[in-house]
Ligand binder design. Structure first.
Ligand SMILES: C=C(O[C@@H]1C=C(C(=O)O)C=C[C@H]1O)C(=O)O
Length: 387
């Protein structure tokens, strides 16, 4: 048997230090998971079908878990598949990694896709479309394309992300075609631990500020913003309705809490449920929940259509889901935001924000700029945040 799932004496820092492109790394404040090598890959555009074949694949291979990604677009016409890997070795360790910061080379070219003014125009179009198409919310994103004169140092980026965002979920996953997805997201689509399912939708954002007075004021403005409360409520309604059929009880707080990442203030609502059927796996639940209105909109199909009309790129795995599922059905799936897709010497960063009727184009642009900071800070490129 090839599979090693070792109670490893390695620390989370050791696991992050061992990460190499092609591996899967998932670190949280509580633990780190490093999966290396490939026994089998499973590729499937229908996420529910993907979820249904994984238990059989794990039983057949004797592997303890599968790791991977779901794309943003899981609709019936998608060309981008869910991509799961049954790894050869799995190492887990308790705690968050602590490592020295690594210095990275600077890119030789940077391009915003679309340009900032085009993004603001798209926000205006989205606001108009919300009214004419009876949508409650749509999430619009933009991208930053970076080119380097040598291979992108994915390993250093991932380690800096983990060190800079120790309370969140830092991830690195292999994508089809030898590309990699790396990021550090605060948002957990869901965790399944036995019969307990936990989801922490985030929606509603304000940039952090280096000035403590402005920073606090931004947080207060978010807490009291009716526009952001609405943006948030749309997500919670959806997640509760999506989880309800699977749960015999659900605990939903009356209102959101204010939380931070190093770059952003957010509204978040932690939701806990007890599963009615213990055979429903973490990946079944991820397939049922994704895409939430936190990253797509409401109603889902119409919002996705509008997003695809207004964004001049394919989201691919940005705003998808990234995580793992084990043979018992437990697992964790994070919302794949604050991320970049890395090819050989180039990478694309993505950032988006929810658009509701009261959205202001300049504020939406500023929000995406702040969201790019998660990646840019890890790359020592804070100065690029204004692009
Ligand atoms: C879409 C992104 O983030 C999502 C959108 C949010 C918002 O609109 O307020 C907040 C958190 C995330 O669910 C992103 O970071 O790219």
């Amino acid at each position: 048997m090839d599979v090693v799932s070792s109670p490893d004496p390695a620390t989370p820092a050791d696991l992050a230090a061992r990460y190499q492109r092609g591996d899967f790394l998932f670190t949280t404040a509580q633990r780190a998971l490093l999966a290396q090598g490939t026994i089998r890959t499973v590729t499937e555009t229908d996420p529910r079908r993907l979820a249904s074949v994984i238990p059989g694949v794990l039983a057949e291979t004797g592997a303890p878990l599968a790791v991977g990604v779901l794309p943003f677009d899981t609709g019936p016409d998608t060309k981008v598949p869910g991509y799961l890997v049954v790894p050869r070795t799995v190492h887990r360790s308790e705690g968050a990694p602590s490592l020295p910061r690594e210095v990275l080379p600077a890119p030789v070219r940077v391009r915003a896709v679309p340009s900032p003014s085009q993004h603001m125009e798209a926000v205006r179009s989205a606001v108009a479309a919300l009214a004419s198409r009876e949508l409650r919310k749509a999430v619009l994103a933009r991208a930053l394309d970076l080119e380097f004169d040598s291979p992108v140092p994915a390993e250093s980026i991932v380690r800096n992300l983990a060190v800079g965002n120790p309370r969140h979920f830092t991830y690195a996953a292999e994508l089809p075609g030898g590309r990699s997805l790396v990021g550090a997201t605060p948002e957990l689509l869901l965790r399944r631990t036995g019969r307990t399912v936990f989801s922490s939708p985030h929606a509603g954002s304000m940039p952090r500020s280096a000035d403590p007075v402005t920073d606090r004021a931004n947080g207060e403005a978010l807490r009291t913003s009716r526009k952001d409360q609405l943006e948030h409520a749309v997500v919670i309604d959806y997640v509760v309705e999506a989880l309800r059929p699977f749960c015999r009880s659900l605990d939903v707080p009356a209102g959101p809490e204010l939380v931070t990442t190093p770059a952003i203030w957010h509204l978040r609502t932690p939701i806990t449920g007890e599963l009615a059927d213990p055979d429903v796996t973490a990946l079944d639940l991820a397939a049922a929940l994704h895409p939430t209105p936190a990253i797509c909109g409401t109603p889902t199909d119409e919002a996705r259509e509008l997003v695809q009309e207004l964004e001049p790129f394919d989201r691919d795995y940005y705003a998808g889901a990234v995580g793992w599922v084990d043979a018992a059905g437990d697992g964790e799936w994070a919302v794949a935001i604050r991320c970049a897709e890395i090819a050989s010497t180039s990478m694309r960063l993505y950032a988006g924000g929810g658009i509701v009727p009261a959205s202001d184009p300049q504020a939406e642009l500023d929000e995406t700029t702040a969201k790019f900071r998660t990646l840019l800070t890890a790359m020592g490129l804070e100065d690029l945040a204004g692009v």
